[in-house]
Design a protein around this ligand. Structure first.
Ligand code: A3P
Length: 345
């Protein structure tokens, strides 16, 4: 009898305990999402007048869900009209640099409730065929957003493609331009690693990095090699400066975005005149991945795909030294123009 009563008591305690844990988890989830439900401060006038006085708190929560439904093609025209959703041209573009951390930057900025990312690289300005389709084609490629939000797209090829600055200028001469850079030699090796992986996937052989980066006739750095040319940041930036003043650019430290993303993101929020909304809560270090991952709320988090953060092949140290020496004067010029020093070797 006593044993039966004890078992009953244990059962009751178990049920009560489960209820308490359930409620606690629910509360934590609510608090987690509250972080994303803070009302926004007014966004700077440069992003255009706000058509609604306030963003309803629910709308922010709703934003991801509804926008997601749109992407899947499940939302109705009535919902688009009701929520005043629009496809807007980007107010800011991540123009490069390839392998600088452009995807991580875009995904992390998308944590901000006032930012909506274009998921795909659109390649409108660097691809003649796409460009010929016209600006409406480009706009239709943009995700749905609320009028007060800003759309951001990234296509790293923009940075190095000759025609792009003029084309972007023609679309919007006051657009904000984000460039994420890494130490140039590391970036070049990362670039090579991506191409190498592509070749391996097709069962093709490829040259060693050393063979591509160093001209065998002169034993000097091979400036014809694209991965080297792309890392001469100042050369590309100078072309852009013929169209846009330096104030319209913000340089993101891609190496720091890997190790310490929050301060870099806060600088971008400032540059975009966005109220600070991305917090440490939204970023957590995943030891298995070896990178920071994104936390939208207690239930939804994600890491970048495995194609980000590849293991680089070992490169001969003399080649690395040669490359670093080669990039040095260009880096100095880059620091001078941008006003940001990176202490690259
Ligand atoms: P590696 O693959 O050389 O490590 P991009 O998106 O422009 O192609 O840049 C890819 C680089 O983003 C990766 O280069 C990786 O180091 C960097 N990166 C920065 N933050 C990251 C993150 N949180 N998760 C994965 N990769 C990240």
């Amino acid at each position: 009898m006593l044993f039966k009563q004890q078992a009953l008591l244990r059962q009751k305690l178990f049920v009560l305990g489960s209820l308490a844990i359930g409620s606690l988890l629910y509360l934590v989830a609510r608090v987690g999402s509250l972080d994303r439900l803070q009302p926004l401060c007014p966004i700077d006038g440069r992003f255009g007048p706000r058509s609604q006085d306030e963003i309803p708190l629910r709308a922010l929560q709703f934003k991801r869900g509804l926008l997601h439904e749109f992407r899947k093609g499940n939302a109705t025209k009535e919902q688009i009209r009701l929520h005043n959703l629009v496809q807007q041209l980007p107010k800011a573009i991540i123009i490069g640099v390839r392998k600088g951390g452009t995807r991580a930057l875009l995904e992390m900025l998308n944590l901000h409730p006032a930012v909506v990312k274009a998921s795909q690289e659109i390649h409108f300005f660097d691809n003649d065929e796409n460009y010929a389709k016209g600006i409406e084609w480009y706009r239709k490629k943009m995700p749905f957003s609320y009028p007060h939000q800003i759309t951001i797209e990234k296509s790293p090829a923009y940075f190095i493609t000759e025609e792009v600055p003029e084309r972007i200028y023609k679309m919007n001469s006051s657009i904000k331009l984000l460039i994420i850079v890494r130490e140039p030699t590391t970036r070049a090796i990362s670039d090579y690693t991506q191409v190498l992986e592509g070749k391996e996937r097709k069962n093709k052989t490829y040259y060693k990095f050393e063979k591509l980066a160093i001209d065998p006739n002169t034993c000097e750095v091979n400036t014809k090699y694209k991965a080297v040319r792309t890392s001469i940041y100042t050369k590309h930036l100078e072309r852009w400066l013929k169209y846009f003043p330096i104030e319209q650019f913000h340089i993101v430290d891609g190496d720091r975005l890997i190790t310490e993303p929050l301060p870099e993101l806060q600088l971008v929020e400032k540059f975009l005149n966005l109220p600070p909304r991305i917090s440490q809560y939204n970023l957590y270090f995943n030891a298995t991945r070896g990178f920071y991952c994104l936390r939208f709320n207690i239930v939804f988090n994600k890491c970048l795909a495995g194609s980000k953060g590849r293991i680089h092949p070992e490169v001969d140290t003399s080649v690395i030294t040669k490359l670093r020496k080669f990039f040095h004067p260009f880096n100095q010029k880059f620091y001078q123009i941008t006003g940001r020093t990176f202490h690259w070797p």
